[in-house]
Design a protein around this ligand. Structure first.
Ligand code: SDX
Length: 392
């Protein structure tokens, strides 16, 4: 007896909110941000312009973009105590552990600007999060490497600045490769938002309680970390390395089909897309271009393409409509840019921060109820308390 509510495990058939931000048609493989096809944004736009679009609903004019760029650039620095906080982590802490901890701690730095009912304070928090996320992610990497912290170089653009913070070391004059910066910007665009995925739903659920935006975003980062969600990009690279060579692909496809084996093809399948994930199509093409432009060859790309080919000819994957998702090819580009596998999910988090804060802003600006799912109780019926000496 469910009463007035329905049982929907994993919310496969439940819309938790109304939103103007991102549209997906999973059967047709369509993704649009604020009405603009992802393919057009990927081809023509920049991550920061897409960030403006997702946050405010329209593409910016030149003046609006210049002001937004100035605001974001203004906020790229983190308080020196944030670097002290990061230095307290074990040297090989996972970057996602550092990211969620440090982003949660930001509420302690800006506690006088946490009024979620004040639109100006909300906007400021959104910009701070978008601006500081790359700085924190790069600092996590530098901590692992044992390098001194790098200040954001504000003459650079968003993605260039991140690469500079990641890879500049004091003794060298590090020049950002424009091909690498463009590829990174593209990945950030493709990761920016994806309606009510697990991490965004987490941000909205936490936000529905009136919690501050840093707490909400820290919760989103934690949700993204899981291998069924954003953690899949790291898992894909580990899987491709484990498969090792093209002649092993068939064996692993068989393993993925075996219900007694926990192994699944990472980077395959999606709750909403029952057709190609349009982002995967764009990234696969970009993989070839980036490797060509950087003059690199990566046997993992051949392996990934062979895996895709064999899986998409297999009845198991065809019947279940399991296609490569956004995480399948992205790691090959990150690897070509020199980003270590353990940082992949943090890269996803940098891009997705824009989606989290856009969705949080949308929710905060409209009347909403606290999120509170129900359950189907399956435990014991009423029974009487038994004193401990009479239990056996
Ligand atoms: C992201 O939601 C979003 O929008 C997320 C995202 C975003 O931008 O925010 O797109 C980012 O999280 C991409 C997904 C990354 N995860 C992976 O690549 C991990 C591997 N994939 C899966 O574990 C799985 O496909 C999910 C989590 C992505 C989707 O899970 P669902 O919707 O609950 O699907 P399901 O588990 O019910 O699968 C249906 C069937 C099952 O078989 P049957 O029980 O019907 O026989 O397909 C099988 C599953 O066992 N299946 C797979 C499989 N994925 C699903 N079998 C083998 N390999 C797989 N990868």
């Amino acid at each position: 007896e469910l009463g007035y509510f329905t049982y929907d495990p994993g919310y496969g058939a439940t819309a938790s909110c109304k939103s103007d931000i991102t549209y997906i048609d999973g059967n047709e493989g369509i993704l649009r941000y604020r009405g603009y096809p992802i393919e057009q944004l990927a081809e023509n736009s920049s991550f920061l312009e897409v960030a403006y679009l997702l946050l405010y609903g329209e593409l910016p004019t030149s003046d609006q973009f210049a002001a937004f760029d100035r605001d974001i650039t203004y906020h790229t620095m983190v308080h020196e105590k944030v670097n002290n906080f990061i230095s307290g982590f074990h040297y090989n802490a996972h970057p996602m552990a550092i990211l969620s901890g440090v982003v949660g701690s930001m509420a302690a730095f800006y506690h006088d600007k946490l009024d979620v009912n004040d639109p100006e304070q909300r906007d400021l928090a959104a910009k701070r999060l978008i601006a500081k996320m790359p700085t924190i992610a790069a600092a996590a990497y530098r901590h692992y490497m044992g390098w001194p912290s790098a200040y954001p170089r504000n003459s650079l653009k968003y993605s260039e600045r991140f690469l500079h913070m990641m890879f500049s070391v004091p003794a060298e004059d590090y020049e950002v490769n424009p091909v690498a910066a463009k590829a990174l910007d593209l990945l950030f665009i493709l990761h920016a938002d994806h309606e009510q995925n697990a991490s965004t739903s987490t941000v909205r659920l936490v936000g529905s309680t009136g919690a501050n935006p840093y707490a909400c975003t820290a919760a989103g980062i934690a949700a993204l970390w899981g291998p069924a969600h954003g953690g899949a990009n790291e898992a894909v690279l580990n899987m491709l390395n484990e498969i090792g060579s093209v002649d092993q692909v068939g064996k692993y496809v068989e393993k993925a089909k075996d219900k007694n084996d926990p192994f699944r093809l990472m980077g395959f399948g999606h709750r909403v897309y029952k057709n190609f994930d349009p982002r995967a199509t764009i990234i696969r093409k970009a993989c070839h271009e980036v490797l060509d432009d950087l003059g690199q060859a990566d046997p993992l790309l051949d392996l990934a393409m062979e895996l895709e080919r064999i899986a998409l000819e297999d009845d198991y994957f065809v019947e279940r409509k399991l296609y490569p998702n956004v995480d399948f090819y992205s790691g090959i580009i990150y690897k070509a840019l020199g980003i270590p596998t353990s940082m992949f999910t943090a890269m996803f988090a940098i891009g997705r921060t824009v989606g989290w804060v856009s969705q949080w802003l949308e929710q905060s600006a409209t009347p909403h109820r606290i999120g509170r799912p129900r359950q189907v109780y399956t435990g014991a019926g009423e029974r009487d308390y038994v004193p401990i000496e009479r239990r056996n």
